[in-house]
Every structure is written in structure tokens, then in C-alpha cells.
Design a protein around this ligand. Structure first.
Ligand code: ATP
Ligand code: ATP
Ligand code: MG
Ligand code: MG
Lengths: 256, 256
């Protein structure tokens, strides 16, 4: 049941980072050993867990991808017991260009994470909003992809490109790549648009769509400004409760 | 007053494409000749004006950046009089890697758009959510940058990287690059977070912040599924009215 999960969707602002932070924290609070890996040059995951600007002795994910620094030397503890982080900073923007001419350029992250499988129950990779070399590295390193989806038209449109990219990765680089699940985020059941998109997604992805739906909830937007996961910042909020339910559903799906 | 404007912010989902579509359409309805340029491999701008999957004789922005096809051969008319489009499709994802080894890799878009300055009153470039080579090309080709900003913490955090990148582009590649303005989008005045972020942004950017604020409005989310700009889909909606007011404010700022 030890799995490396990439949280990916090239559509921007759909809740990738919010999902990574709150699912990982919920699992860590339940006693699982969890590693978060920030592969987005924006570094929102790093700041969302309160570690903005911090680096390990060996540096950040940038150094891990572009040099042979030991993975251990870039792992940081967080304020949450059982939750660790590989941080990112803006240097990662340059990695996309530097990786182009490197050997095995799609397998750099896989090499970093493979030796860590034994030490963590779950590893989550937060991807940038693109299908470039950084996201490709995450898709090659991962066992499965968790796809957050904002129930709006542009987000629905991008799914075909994401699924196509996953198919190409499965064919050439990572044959076992699976879909962990599709997560409906920022769901507002008062609008027709949300209901229509949700119906289309369930028709296409069937049982791969998580039963748990994340509502639009202002506490999820506020928590990052306090450098804390929402499940800690306001555990009673609807947003936090939904992420705790999602973590439970993920564990149940694998126990089955 | 003829200006090439890049609509950029590496933070995902802040309203870049929605702004490009509705400002451009408002100006075209007012009789100005407007060109939209889609530089995002997602192609949301192309589908948002109802031209999903369409290409010019010479192809899309991908061909314009990677070959010497004539710019005229990739310009398409839209359903709106005075509004034209250079479309994008998923091939553009490959351009980021192909551009790395090309001569003058940051100036490819500038070469495409310079000869068109005489034929259009306004040229708007819709950027992808990243600071890679596609956005760099837009920053080099543009006279100014319009920065849509979602009033949330992660969006605020990314501004420093965007401003830093603009400073580097100004120093080496495009000395005249200016800020057209910062646009507050999806603003919800009922939340503290929105008000706090808006206050911080006005302190930093001062008069560069547009007086017009775009409210969160479900019609702006619905319009793309009908392949129409919101200012046509529901001209009476608060979202559409705000974009018409923004187009007016932009014209007044330059007439002054
Ligand atoms: N369910 C929710 N309700 C309200 N706000 C949310 C919710 N989920 C995320 N947000 C807020 O919406 C914004 C976008 O979310 P987030 O940054 O997690 O998306 P992302 O997909 O990681 O974005 P990017 O594509 O830039 O990496 C953030 O400001 C976040 O705080
Ligand atoms: N003011 C608004 N009110 C409500 N919904 C909006 C508003 N502006 C944009 N949207 C919706 O929010 C989503 C994000 O907007 P949009 O796609 O324009 O952002 P973007 O910055 O271009 O995203 P990306 O970073 O993926 O390119 C879209 O589904 C859009 O329809
Ligand atoms: Mg993110
Ligand atoms: Mg966009």
C-alpha cells in the first residue's frame, strides 16, 4: 500500500497544492509517515506548510534533479509530526531548461524518490500547472495520479490533454501508472455549471471519481496566509472536514 | 497608443484568459481593431472565443514560433467584428523544449508581432501559468504587462517572482517593458482575505492598480462552455459589465 502519488492537472488554480497539503496532513495526523515533494517553482506547497524560503543542507528539489546530492539532505521536518517536505524555490524554473539536455531527463525525480519508498507510507508530489519536464518527471516517478478538478468548463477541457500525456508516459516510461482518483474541488452545488461538469466527469471516469467532494470554503483560502494546513488552522471548517474524509476514503480504497 | 500587452501571472487560475477574452471583445465592440494571441498550450483563449481546434493555413502559434511561416497565415477571424485570433493547440507544449536550442529563443514572438503593429490598435497575448520560455517570449514582445490577481495568499506570493522576471527582461531584452496595470479578479468583498490582499497590492503598486475590480460572477465561468465571451453571452451580468468598465478605463488611461 506504499504509494507515490503525483497531484497533477495542467489547468491552473484547481486546488492541486491545497489538496497536497491537507490530504498529507490528515494522513500524518492519523499516524502515517508522509513525504510531500514540491516540484512547482512557485513553491506554494513549501510556504503552505510554513517553510517558505527554507532549504535542506543539500538544497531543494532543484539540486536533487540537477545534481547527485543525497535525497536525505533535502528533506525537512514540518510542524506536523510524521510529515516531511522536500522544498522548492524559484530556482526550479531554470530546471526545466537545464533538464532538456540531461541524460534520462524524465527519470531524474524517480531516481531521487525510489530509495525513499521504505521510509514513508505515502509520498505526494505537487505539480506545477503545465505538462512540461517537471510534471513529466512526477508522472514517471509516481505509481498513480490524483487529479483535482475545478468544476468549470476550461478545467474539463484540459482533461483530454492530461489523460493523453499519462497514456504516453505509460507507454514509454512508466507502464504501471494508474489514476488514483479524480477529486471535484471548489464545488458549488448552487450553479448548473458545477452539476453539469460533475455529471460529465462521472460518466467518463466512473468509479475513479472520489465520493468525497471538496466544497468552496474560504478557510481553505485563508490557511496558507498563516503558513498552516487548513486541517490545523480550522479543523471544524467544511473544507478541512472534506479533506479528512478524503484521506479516509483513500485509505479505505486501498484496504479493500 | 498602439500597444502590445502581455496578460501574465504564473499563478494558475487567476483570470488571465477570462480577462484577455472580455477586454479584447469590449474594445472590438467599441470599434478598435484587436488581435488576440494564444501562447498557452491549454488553448483556453482559442476555445473561449469559439475556435477550438481551428488553425490558419500556416498553422498556429506553434508554427509561428518554430518556423518562418508568415504571421498573416495564422490569423483567424472570430465571431466578433474587429477581433482576430492567433490560435494555439497542444503542440505548443513541445515548443518550450524546441525553443531551448534555437537562436534568439526569447525573441521569436517579438519577430512575429512587430510587423503587425500597424494593422491593430491593440494586441493582447494570453500567457500560460509559468515563467518559462513561452511567457518570456511574451514579455519580450510586449510594451506592457497586465497582471490579473486573484485576491488570495498564494497569488500575492507569486508577484515577487513575476516582478523579478520583468526586471530581468527589462535589463537584458526589452528595456521599455512597463506595467499596464494590476487587475483584482474574482473579488469577494465579504471575506477579510480579499480586503487584506487588495490593501497590500494597492500599497505596493499604487496607481498601477486598476480602479475597476472584477467580482466573482458565475456568468464568467459559464460563458466559455458556450464558446462565447461573457460580454456577448450575458452583457447585463456583473462580470461582463466590469470588463466593459475595464476596457473604458484602459482607454482613458492612455488618452490622458
Ligand atoms: N475548496 C476551496 N475553497 C476555497 N478556496 C480554495 C479551495 N481550494 C483552493 N482554494 C484557493 O484557491 C486558490 C487555488 O488553489 P491552489 O493554489 O491549491 O491551486 P493549484 O492547482 O495548486 O494552483 P497552481 O495551478 O497555481 O499550482 C488558492 O488561493 C487556494 O487557497
Ligand atoms: N470573475 C470571475 N468570476 C467567476 N469565475 C471566473 C472569474 N474569472 C475567471 N473565472 C473562471 O475561473 C477559472 C479560471 O479562470 P481563467 O481560466 O481565466 O484563469 P487563468 O489565469 O487563465 O488560468 P490558467 O492559469 O490555467 O491559464 C475559469 O474556469 C473561469 O471561467
Ligand atoms: Mg499549486
Ligand atoms: Mg489561461
Amino acid at each position: 500500500n506504499k504509494r507515490i502519488i503525483a497531484i497533477a492537472n495542467q489547468k491552473g488554480g484547481v486546488g492541486k497544492t491545497t489538496t497536497a497539503i491537507n490530504v498529507a496532513t490528515s494522513l500524518a495526523l492519523a499516524g502515517r509517515r508522509v513525504l510531500l515533494v514540491d516540484v512547482d517553482p512557485q513553491g506554494n506547497l513549501t510556504s503552505g506548510v510554513g517553510l517558505k524560503g527554507q532549504r535542506g543542507e543539500g538544497g531543494t528539489v532543484y539540486e536533487a534533479l540537477t545534481s547527485d546530492v543525497s535525497p536525505d539532505s533535502i528533506i525537512l521536518p514540518t510542524q506536523v509530526e510524521n510529515l516531511s517536505l522536500m522544498p522548492a524555490d524559484r530556482n526550479l524554473t531554470g530546471a526545466e531548461i537545464e533538464l532538456v539536455s540531461m541524460p534520462d531527463r524524465e527519470r531524474r525525480l524517480q531516481r531521487v524518490l525510489e530509495p525513499l519508498r521504505g521510509r514513508f507510507d505515502h509520498i505526494f508530489i505537487d505539480c506545477p500547472p503545465s505538462l512540461g519536464l517537471l510534471t513529466l518527471n512526477a508522472l514517471v516517478a509516481a505509481d498513480a495520479v490524483l487529479i483535482p478538478l475545478h468544476c468549470e468548463y476550461f478545467a474539463l477541457e484540459g482533461l483530454a490533454d492530461l489523460v493523453g500525456t499519462m497514456r504516453r508516459v505509460r507507454g514509454a516510461l512508466n507502464p504501471a501508472l494508474d489514476i488514483e482518483g479524480v477529486l471535484l474541488t471548489m464545488y458549488d452545488d448552487r450553479t448548473n455549471l458545477g452539476q453539469l461538469v460533475a455529471r460529465d466527469v462521472r460518466e467518463f471516469f466512473k468509479e475513479k471519481v472520489f465520493n468525497t467532494i471538496i466544497p468552496r470554503n474560504v478557510r481553505l483560502g485563508e490557511a496558507p496566509s498563516h503558513g498552516m494546513p487548513a486541517v490545523l488552522y480550522d479543523a471544524k471548517s467544511r473544507g478541512a472536514a472534506a479533506y479528512v474524509a478524503l484521506a479516509k476514503e483513500m485509505l479505505e480504497r486501498h484496504a479493500a
